[in-house]
Design a protein around this ligand. Sequence first.
Ligand code: ADP
Ligand code: MG
Length: 229
Amino acid sequence: TEELMLKSEKLSVLGELAAGVAHEIRNPLTSLKGFTKLLSDADDVIRLEYLRIMESELNRINDIVGELMLVAKPQAVSFELTNIRDLIFSVVRLLETQAIMRNIQIWVNIADDIPPVYGVENQLKQLFINLLKNAIESMDSDGEIHIKIGTKNERVTIELKDQGCGIPADRLKTLGEPFYTTKEKGTGLGLMVCFKIIDEHGGAIHFSSVEGQGTRVEIELPTASVHIN
Ligand code: ADP
Ligand code: MG
């Protein structure tokens, strides 16, 4: 019966997600349909404006589908020993230009002898990209992001602290719900993907935040040694 329960639970989550996706994609589609009609009668100046809006609606659909690919497609995943230090540095390098544009400094502090994490490299990369991106986007300009890597009880710990806008207390509890976004161009899917990845790795994630001061994300991931069987 446990298996059945899980299956029906999965189906209802899937149904909710599908309803949300359908809704979120329908809005830009409706708008695209409208502009397609208007386009033929518009003069050149207006037409350019319409095309600009249409492009941003298409980008929106593209962003939503892009993030969903990660959860929807059952990719062949392979767990392997992953050096979390190298992985985090590659993510920082990837997002460095975005940070520099906002005059944000990223500091990384790593304890000695961090054991490898047992995980799927691409997924762990996606996890930290999504979190670091949120940290950067939470700060308009100027500020620091501190990343700290350590160990605790046979687990690797990663702490990510920003000095951004923070998250309201009532929202902290519901983080990871699809389509919650406070950003004009947000998809509200990044954290849902993060929670899924953490779950699949047998890890843990915890958010704490003070509005107007910043957010701290604490992550725990199993080290390789406890997973060898
Ligand atoms: P998106 O980034 O597309 O909005 P996410 O799922 O990544 O979607 O994040 C959902 C929402 O959670 C964000 O819109 C933002 O309101 C809030 N949030 C997440 N991380 C942070 C953070 N570090 N600082 C402030 N708010 C955050
Ligand atoms: Mg995000």
